[in-house]
Design a protein around this ligand. Structure first.
Ligand code: HEC
Ligand code: HEC
Length: 200
């Protein structure tokens, strides 16, 4: 089970990302997020399909993704250039800023049949054991609720094809046995969960 590896990664991260003298500065992060707004939205809630929202993501998760984009372990034609010149302090500030922004649901039409099947799959594959009940994420595990449907499908396909550059192979293992239909159904379930959590 990759869980042991996950905690080793978390421990190493706590040492490398947390230890230096720099304390994350939220206001500095807001300022440094200016160039990110065009794609990720003014407060980290993106509206373009396929572009992830960053609002409400655990700081450690965001920091790690930026490190991976900077060192090329994760690649994207739109995103990579924006991480290339970020310092570790920039990443810590940006991650703290986005973690403090409230996440809003991404409007997407969901198919009730796919939502129901996806809910059963999420239980069967224990997605919440890492992503937490309500799929709100914690530490290096991302928040899924509030994320864009198109992006969720893209990343799940990416993990399966082993092109999404996940940290320690945890997600590649988690999706190994998922079919294309399973991926679609799970994404609909997660997108629907976002909508429901926003309803009064
Ligand atoms: C030109 C559009 C664009 C700009 C500007 C941009 N990004 Fe991105 N970003 C993307 C796209 C597209 C992805 C998804 C990449 C993928 O599919 O793997 C992404 C992914 C990310 C992720 C990973 C999120 C996740 O849930 O996995 C983080 C973190 C991120 N961007 C932070 C930033 C920050 C910080 C800035 C500003 C310094 C920025 N981005 C600027 C387009 C952009
Ligand atoms: C053993 C722990 C674990 C399990 C089980 C797990 N995940 Fe993950 N998941 C992670 C971690 C850690 C990441 C971050 C990977 C990375 O990019 O380094 C992640 C990333 C993701 C992402 C990318 C989100 C983003 O914003 O980039 C999606 C989508 C996702 N998981 C969906 C699922 C679904 C659906 C299931 C159940 C089928 C699942 N996960 C099961 C640990 C887990």
């Amino acid at each position: 089970m990759p869980l042991a590896g996950l905690w080793v990664v978390a421990a190493v991260l706590a040492m490398t990302a947390g230890a230096p003298a720099h304390a994350a500065d939220l206001d500095a992060g807001r300022h440094k997020a200016e160039p990110c707004k065009t794609c990720h939205g003014p407060d980290g809630n993106a509206t373009t399909p396929g572009i992830p929202s960053l609002a409400g993501q655990p700081a450690i998760f965001t920091h790690w993704q930026l490190i991976k984009f900077r060192d090329g372990r994760r690649k994207d034609p739109q995103m990579s250039a924006f991480a290339a010149s970020l310092s570790d302090a920039d990443m810590a500030d940006l991650a703290a800023y986005y973690a403090a922004q409230p996440s809003r649901p991404r409007p997407s039409p969901t198919d009730p049949e796919k939502v129901a099947i996806g809910g059963r799959l999420a239980e069967q594959h224990h997605c919440a054991s890492c992503h937490r009940p309500g799929l709100v994420g914690h530490e290096q595990v991302p928040r899924l609720v509030g994320q864009d449907l198109t992006y969720l499908v893209k990343l799940l396909r990416g993990f399966k094809a082993q092109t999404a550059g996940d940290l320690d192979g945890t997600m590649s293992m988690a999706v190994e046995r998922l079919s294309e239909a399973d991926i679609e159904n799970l994404a609909h379930y997660i997108a629907d969960l976002s909508g429901r959590s926003a309803r009064p």
